[in-house]
Design a protein around this ligand. Structure first.
Ligand SMILES: [Zn+2]
Ligand SMILES: [Zn+2]
Length: 222
């Protein structure tokens, strides 16, 4: 059960732009299939764990997909919400606002390849709907959203042994993969509640799509 305690309009961020700019220049010089990792919130010592997590996630992909994993920095961001789950209260980020921040950072730093934000905090999205007589509000946790340019992954309440799989799932979206029901692999639509994976990684079809995403390496007739 999820309920909103309060909604504040005080979201602010700050980060070391010097670090970003210098890494950005470096990134521009590299072949542009790197994963630029931004840690959102949490403790500074999370860095090693988070970067290792992305390394583990990238190991599920064919070796030619990702050239590099670059740690960009830490984004200090005030929470937008407090949510209450089983009587525990947690600071949460509003999905739409967080994605807009990520796009702003990517544009201002002129990063060419993927900017991936990872947080241990909850990311939530709010839906309003009309229920016969009145408007109602529903709140959902978002665990992964990754497009071609930016993405976020929330590890909130994700088991440790599933974390790298969730990041790999998000990276799969970046490479054009979609959810599916069969077989149960990394792109399974309910990965977080899935029983053991039938395919420990990406299924045949997903792997074919991953190859086709790289037409320069694997040309095929169109
Ligand atoms: Zn997904
Ligand atoms: Zn698949």
């Amino acid at each position: 059960m999820i309920s909103v305690l309060c909604l504040g309009d005080f979201c602010s961020w700050n980060m070391d732009l010097n670090i970003i700019n210098s890494i950005c220049l470096l990134s521009l010089l590299l072949i542009m299939e790197s994963i630029n990792v931004l840690i959102i919130g949490g403790d500074p010592e999370d860095k090693k764990d988070m970067v290792e997590l992305v390394e583990d996630a990238s190991s599920f992909f064919p070796t030619e997909i990702w050239d590099d994993i670059i740690y960009i920095g830490k984004l200090s961001l005030e929470h937008d919400f407090k949510i209450k789950i089983s009587r525990e209260s947690y600071g949460a980020f509003l999905f739409r606002r967080l994605i807009d921040r990520m796009k702003g950072i990517k544009d201002s730093t002129r990063l060419v390849s993927l900017l991936l934000g990872i947080t241990a905090d909850p990311i939530v999205t709010v839906y309003h709907f009309f229920d016969e007589t009145s408007f109602k509000k529903a709140i959902y946790l978002v665990h992964d959203y990754v497009n071609k340019k930016v993405g976020v992954v929330s590890l909130f309440r994700v088991k440790e042994d599933t974390s790298s799989k969730l990041v790999a799932h998000g990276l799969g979206h970046n490479r054009g993969l979609r959810h599916h029901a069969e077989p149960i692999d990394l792109m399974y639509y309910e990965l977080l509640t899935a029983p053991t994976l039938e395919v420990d990684g990406f299924c045949k079809l997903c792997r074919r799509k991953l190859r086709d995403e790289k037409p320069d390496l694997h040309p095929h007739p169109r």
